[in-house]
Design a protein around this ligand. Structure first.
Ligand SMILES: [Ca+2]
Ligand SMILES: [Ca+2]
Length: 177
């Protein structure tokens, strides 16, 4: 009981100090969410979906410019530029246009994308590979900009997201109030 109270107090202090969520070890806090760059195993998109579910999370959704910048920044930080490793690395995100070509939806919410940041300089999304590029990814070869990728290739890592422990409802503030 004391430990739980201490954790709540600690998280609340963080919330007040930084406005961030309280996240488990290894998860990065940003606004209301916690993120995990699961870069241990390359997966196809469906496997990435499952691996996030197994962490009680979902394949990340990017809904604002700030969230986009935050996640790109960390992807760039994790992988040094101009290395083969980075150039072959992508992080899967939780959007697909597999149902209707060109209509991209976040699978976590079944909502169409309200914010998009495709790598338009490279004509993304291209829907190459016999019109089978139906899954959204941050592409390391292109500075982790938005590319559509072939869902079945196990080339990507999962970028998972979940709500912070205290969520966005102000529960953290009232918990100490
Ligand atoms: Ca999100
Ligand atoms: Ca497509």
């Amino acid at each position: 009981m004391d430990v739980i109270l201490a954790v709540i107090a600690f998280c609340s202090l963080i919330l007040i100090a930084e406005g961030n969520s309280c996240c488990q070890d290894g998860w990065l806090p940003y606004e209301d969410s916690c993120y995990y760059f699961y870069d241990e195993k390359r997966l196809n998109w469906n496997q990435a979906l499952t691996s996030c579910k197994n962490k009680d999370a979902y394949l990340a959704t990017i809904e604002t410019n700030n969230e986009n910048r935050f996640l790109m920044h960390f992807a760039r930080k994790l992988f040094r530029p101009d290395t083969d490793y980075r150039n072959t690395t992508i992080f899967w995100l939780g959007a697909s246009d597999a149902d209707i070509e060109g209509i991209w939806k976040w699978v976590a919410t079944d909502q169409q994308l309200n914010f998009q940041d495709w790598d338009v300089q490279n004509n993304q999304p291209t829907n190459l590979h016999d019109n089978h590029e139906d899954c959204l990814a941050l592409s390391g070869a292109f500075d982790f900009k938005w590319h559509d990728g072939e869902c079945d290739l196990d080339t990507g890592y999962a970028l998972c997201e979940k709500q912070g422990a205290l969520g966005s409802t102000g529960a953290g503030i009232s918990a100490i109030g």
